[in-house]
Design a protein around this ligand. Sequence first.
Ligand code: ADP
Ligand code: MG
Length: 326
Amino acid sequence: MSAASGKLIKGATGDWETVIGLEVHAQVTSNSKLFSGASTEFGGEPNSHVSLVDAAMPGMLPVINEECVRQAVRTGLGLNAKINLRSVFDRKNYFYPDSPQGYQISQYLSPVVGEGEVVLELDGGKTATVGIERLHLEQDAGKLLHDRSPNLSYVDLNRCGVALMEIVSKPEIRDAEQAKAYVTKLRSILRYLGTCDGDMEKGSLRADVNVSVRRAGTTELGTRCEIKNMNSISFMGDAIEYEARRQIEIIEDGGSIDQETRLYDPGKGETRSMRSKEEAHDYRYFPDPDLLPLEFSEAWVAGIKAGLPELPDQKKARFIADFGLS
Ligand code: ADP
Ligand code: MG
């Protein structure tokens, strides 16, 4: 599948193409968390929605929430993706004080959903298709509060263990407009399905944006930088344009791009370095021994497929066919 061409950027030495791949974190719509019965309700008193499992008390065991799995499968089907009949939960090991387990339960080599696609609606009635690499289930982390005390940090574990779907696109997005159209369309599909409320202000949908550049007409991928945690579609567009120009200037000045994680500062309109590839974590993934692999029958998946609502692309096709709309 080839990507639709995007807007080229004029550099001092010629035209450049932007290459973008997105990792979207979407909070699963469910009453309780991925591996515990605690509520997922937004905005409770700090630490009021925390079970012993979420707080990682010794001896507690995770129990899979079937509804979260069903929602991930529904989302996969809505993205015309391959549903993997067997998938595995892995431990992603790292220490951070907002995650008392000392690891995140995620899916690594065997995600619940494989390749799919999203059709973008572009200006002038044009469309473009972006490939999906995978969708996997994982736990959200808690939140550190640094503004309650001058010399202490507090932790709120209400979000800890809430189910997220990480939806990873192929690097087939070609400019800021396509990236905005991609998130907009993905959010619309999730909302039609009722699998994520898509509320970016509450953090229910956030994107890590991978950006690289290459000379127009070339096909090799350049070194990418990843802009973390964008929770606004318009800021994401600004961040991509800034980042692409930054990379082009460096390369045109004879430099090279360091693979790194960056943060966007909307006040300054700039991205800045957060950590370099050298500091990249080694997460020591391994299958979580507390959880069995997920196994589905074809019939179970077919039953879910039969129950999906009409999605945006189908509705559009129906309006064109039935009402002769343009
Ligand atoms: P990681 O595990 O380091 O996050 P992945 O291979 O899973 O790396 O890729 C993460 C995202 O980066 C994907 O959305 C992918 O499309 C995108 N990506 C990979 N290479 C490039 C590149 N050269 N330029 C832009 N985006 C890229
Ligand atoms: Mg990444």
